[in-house]
Design a protein around this ligand. Structure first.
Ligand code: WTA
Length: 733
C-alpha cells in the first residue's frame, strides 16, 4: 500500500489502520504499536438508537444527533421570511415556477430527449445514439454504472473555445485576469486563449502525452491554469488539478496515484503579503513520488515574476522546462482529439470518511452538457456576460464554474489570483466595479468575513452592474444571506444558494433566479434531471415535510463515474449505504412548501471555509508526529469558517503537553495535508471517551468541543465515564 502514503499513518498504526474493514484508515491510535478503530455504528455507541448505515466502515451521524449548527437553527426560525420572487432588472430563462415544473417534469420523465435537445447546441464529431442514457444505481442489481450520450464523439475544449471562435467571437474577452496587487491585470480574448491552449497541447503531445494519460497541475490562479486544463482536454489527457494550498506530500500522493506523465506548476505565488514558493513544494513532491516508485518525467514551470520569478526558483536541467519556452516554438493550431462521451475528462481528489482522498472521475459528454446547462440557468448567463467566481481551480467549483461552464456559455470572466481581503476588505467590490461584474459567485465563509469588516467597504463602491449573487460550499446562515442580499446586492439581486458536491459535478439543488420566492438559507428546489430524496435510517423515503439523509434517486449527466482505480470504493461509499440511491453524505430537511434545507454532513467530513476535509485525514497526520499516541478530530462551530477543526490529542506515555508540541502538531498537519487543514484547537486528552470495545464516541467529543456537555445524552456505554469530566476540565476555556 504505497498510495497516498503521506495521508496515512507513517508508523505501525498506518498499515494496521489500512487493514480496517472497508479499507478505512480511520484508526487514530498508535499506543503500543497497535491501532484501534475509531468508528462504529451508532447502535454500538448508544444502545436503543437505530442502526445507521456505514460508509467505508465509519458510521454516519444519526439524524437526531446531527450537530445542528446554531445558525442553521436560525434558518428554521426565519423560514417564514420568504423573499419576493420578482426582481425588476432582468428576464430570466425560466420565468416562473410553472415553466420550471414543466421543464423539470420532462427532464425526469424523458431524460434522453431533454438532455439530447440541449446537447444539440454543441459540436459532436459523431452524433450520439437516440437512446443514449443507461445507468444502474442499485448495487443489488449489479455493478453501478452511468452512461450518457452513448455513441457520441466530442471534445469539451473544442466546445468551450473553437466553437465560439468559429462563430466569429474570437475577439470577445475570455479571461479578465486580476492579480494579487491592484495594478496587475491582463485581458485574453477567446482567440488568444485558443492559441495558447493549442501551443501547450502541442507541447504536451511532443512529450508523449496521449489520450488517457494523466497530467498533474499545481498552479496559482493565473490564466495559464484553466489554459492547462483545456490543453489536456484538447488532446484527451486527463487532468488532475491539485489546489495550490496542498502540501508536498499531498501533491506527491496525487501524482503517484494517477501516474502523472507531466506536472505543470509555477515558480511561486503571492497570496496577500505572503510569498509561497510553489516550485520548492513541487520539487519535494517530485522527490517523494519518485521514492515511492513514480517519477514524473517532465515538469513545466510557469514563471510568476510577481512571486520571485526565475532568479528565486530552483530548476532541474533535463527535467524542468520553463512554460514560456515550452510553448514558444509550438504551432498555434492543434488538432482536436475527438473522444467518446464517456472518456474521462478529469480526476479531482476529495476527502471522504477515511484517511485516503478519493480520485473522483468525471467524463466528457455528460459533464459538458451539465456544466453548461447549470451555468446558463442558475446564473442566467448570456454569452458575453461578465461573471466572477472567486473559487480556485483546485476545487470542483473552479472546474465547473470557472474553467468549463462559463466558457461553454461564452462568457467573459474574472480570474482572480489574490485574496478577498487584500489589500483591504473592499477588494471584491472594487473588482466588481472595475469589470462591471454581473454574476458574482463565492462561499459563505468569504461573505461572513467581509460582513464582519463592515458595510462601509461595500458601500464605497457602486456595484450597480451586479444582477445575481451565488453562494456555494457550505450552508449559508440567514444572517449572512440577508447581508449578501441587502447590502452587497442592494436588495436588487436574487441569491442562488447552490448545493452540490465534487461528486455531482454541477449544481443539484438551487434556486433559479427570479423564478420562485427564496427563503434565506434554503437551496430550494432540485435542478433539471435531479431527483433528491430524504431517507430514514432504514432507507425508507421520507415523503413531504421531514428530515433525512439526502440521496439522489436517478442518474444525472454529471454523476461521478467511478473513484479512480477503485470502483469498489465508489460503490461502497456512495451506493451501499442506501441501496438504490446515490448517498450524498449530507442531511437535509424538506419544509411544508417542498423547499430543501441542507443541514450539513452526517459523516466524518467537515467543511472548513468551504473546504472539505476528512477528520480521518487530519487524525492520520497528527499521529504521524512521534509524540502523538492517539488523535480524534471533530468539527465545531466557527463564526467565520463555518466549521473549525477541533483535535483531541493523547500524547505518548511520559510526554508532557507543551506549547512547542502543540505548534509541532499543527505544523505536522500543515506539512502532510496543507495549511488550510491545520487544527484550530488542540485539546490535550489523557484519555478519549470510548466504549468497552474501544470505539471512540465522537458524539461526546463534539458536545465537549461545543461546550454542550450538559447535553451529552446517554453515556452509559462509556468504558470510563470519568474521561468526560477530565476532558471538560482540560478544555481550559
Ligand atoms: C457542502 C463543493 C449547504 C455539503 C461544491 C456538500 C453545501 C459539500 C452547499 C461538498 C450549500 C456545498 N449548502 N451545504 N449550498 N454547497 N455544501 O465536494 O456538505 O467541496 O456535501 O463541493 O459541501 O463539498 P465539495
Amino acid at each position: 500500500m504505497h498510495l497516498f502514503k503521506g495521508l496515512l499513518h507513517k508508523k505501525g498504526a498506518a498499515s494496521a489502520a489500512d487493514k480496517q474493514p472497508g479499507g478505512s484508515a480511520a484508526a487514530v491510535s498508535k499506543a503500543n504499536g497497535a491501532s484501534t478503530s475509531s468508528h462504529t455504528t451508532t447502535s454500538a455507541v448508544n444502545k436503543g438508537r437505530p442502526v445507521v448505515p456505514t460508509q467505508e466502515g465509519r458510521s454516519l451521524d444519526a439524524l437526531h444527533s446531527i450537530p445542528v449548527h446554531k445558525l442553521r437553527a436560525q434558518a428554521a426560525a426565519t423560514e417564514a421570511l420568504t423573499v419576493p420572487e420578482s426582481y425588476p432588472h432582468f428576464t430570466p430563462f425560466v420565468e416562473n415556477k410553472k415553466q420550471y415544473d414543466e421543464m423539470y417534469k420532462r427532464s425526469i420523465e424523458d431524460p434522453n430527449g431533454f438532455w439530447g435537445d440541449i446537447a444539440k447546441e454543441f459540436h459532436w464529431e459523431k452524433q450520439w445514439d437516440e437512446e443514449h442514457i443507461s445507468y444502474n444505481f442499485d448495487v443489488r442489481k449489479g455493478p453501478i454504472h452511468v452512461e450518457y450520450f452513448k455513441g457520441g464523439l466530442t471534445n469539451i475544449c473544442y466546445n468551450a473555445l473553437d466553437r465560439h471562435v468559429a462563430a466569429g467571437h474570437g475577439d470577445r474577452v475570455c479571461f479578465l485576469w486580476e492579480g494579487n496587487d491592484l495594478d496587475q491585470d491582463r485581458k485574453m480574448t477567446y482567440g488568444e486563449v485558443l492559441e495558447e491552449v493549442c501551443q501547450l497541447a502541442n507541447y504536451l503531445r511532443s512529450q508523449g502525452v496521449q489520450k488517457g494519460d494523466a497530467v498533474s497541475i499545481y498552479m496559482p490562479m493565473v490564466c495559464e491554469l484553466p489554459i492547462a486544463m483545456l490543453a489536456c482536454a484538447r488532446i484527451g489527457a486527463v487532468h488532475s488539478v491539485v489546489f495550490g494550498g496542498f502540501s508536498a506530500e499531498a501533491l506527491a500522493g496525487r501524482m503517484e496515484d494517477c501516474k502523472a506523465k507531466v506536472l505543470i506548476t509555477a515558480s511561486g505565488v503571492m497570496r496577500g503579503n505572503k510569498k509561497i514558493d510553489l516550485k520548492a513544494i513541487a520539487d519535494s513532491a517530485h522527490t517523494m513520488a519518485a521514492k515511492s516508485g513514480h517519477t514524473v518525467p517532465r515538469v513545466v514551470v510557469y514563471e510568476n515574476e510577481r512571486a520571485g520569478g526565475r532568479a528565486a526558483c530552483s530548476f532541474t536541467e533535463g527535467r524542468d522546462v520553463w512554460y514560456a519556452e515550452a510553448i514558444a516554438e509550438q504551432a498555434k493550431t492543434c488538432e482536436v482529439e475527438w473522444v467518446e462521451a464517456e472518456h474521462p475528462l478529469f480526476l479531482l481528489y476529495t476527502s471522504g470518511s477515511t484517511g485516503k482522498p478519493k480520485g473522483v472521475v468525471h467524463c466528457t459528454g455528460g459533464y459538458m452538457v451539465y456544466a453548461h446547462t447549470t451555468t446558463k440557468y442558475v446564473f442566467n448567463m448570456q454569452p458575453g456576460d461578465t461573471y466572477w467566481c472567486t473559487a480556485d481551480c483546485g476545487w470542483i467549483t473552479g472546474h465547473t464554474y470557472l474553467t468549463y461552464g462559463p466558457l461553454l456559455v461564452g462568457a467573459s470572466q474574472v480570474v482572480f489570483e489574490g485574496v478577498p481581503t487584500y489589500p483591504g476588505p473592499d477588494r471584491c467590490w472594487r473588482v466588481v466595479d472595475k469589470y462591471a461584474v454581473k454574476q458574482f459567485y463565492t462561499a459563505p465563509t468569504a461573505i461572513r468575513s467581509l460582513m464582519r469588516a463592515g458595510d462601509l467597504y461595500v458601500k464605497e463602491h457602486l456595484r450597480d452592474s451586479l444582477r445575481i449573487l451565488g453562494s456555494v460550499g457550505e450552508p449559508i446562515n440567514p444572517e449572512a444571506w440577508r447581508w449578501y442580499h441587502d447590502i452587497v446586492g442592494d436588495g436588487r439581486c436574487p441569491i442562488v444558494d447552490t448545493w452540490w458536491q465534487t461528486e455531482t459535478g454541477g449544481h443539484m439543488i438551487t434556486p433559479l433566479p427570479n423564478a420562485w420566492a427564496q427563503k434565506p438559507g434554503s437551496a430550494t428546489y432540485p435542478f433539471f434531471g435531479v431527483v433528491p430524496v430524504l431517507v430514514d435510517e432504514k432507507g425508507n423515503e421520507v415523503k413531504g415535510e421531514g428530515e433525512g439523509y439526502l440521496c439522489i434517486k436517478q442518474a444525472w449527466p454529471a454523476t461521478l463515474r467511478t473513484v479512480y482505480g477503485d470502483h469498489e470504493r465508489y460503490e461502497t461509499n456512495y451506493f451501499k449505504p442506501f441501496p438504490g440511491y446515490y448517498f450524498s453524505g449530507d442531511g437535509a430537511r424538506r419544509d411544508k412548501d417542498g423547499y430543501i434545507w441542507i443541514t450539513g454532513r452526517v459523516d466524518d467530513v467537515i467543511n472548513v471555509s468551504g473546504h472539505r476535509i476528512g477528520t480521518a485525514e487530519v487524525e492520520s497526520a497528527l499521529v504521524a508526529h512521534a509524540k502523538c499516541a492517539e488523535a480524534a478530530v471533530v468539527g465545531y462551530e466557527h463564526p467565520i469558517k463555518g466549521q473549525g477543526i477541533y483535535a483531541y490529542v493523547t500524547l505518548m506515555e511520559g510526554v508532557e503537553p507543551t506549547e512547542d508540541i502543540r505548534r509541532e502538531l499543527i505544523n505536522t498537519v500543515r506539512g502532510i495535508i496543507g495549511a488550510f487543514a491545520a487544527p484550530d484547537v488542540i485539546h490535550w486528552a489523557p484519555g478519549l471517551p470510548k466504549t468497552r470495545s474501544g470505539k471512540i464516541m465522537r458524539r461526546v467529543l463534539r458536545k465537549i468541543a461545543a461546550k454542550q456537555e450538559d447535553e451529552l445524552g446517554d453515556v452509559s456505554t462509556l468504558a470510563d465515564p470519568h474521561v468526560v469530566e477530565q476532558l471538560v476540565a482540560l478544555r481550559g476555556h
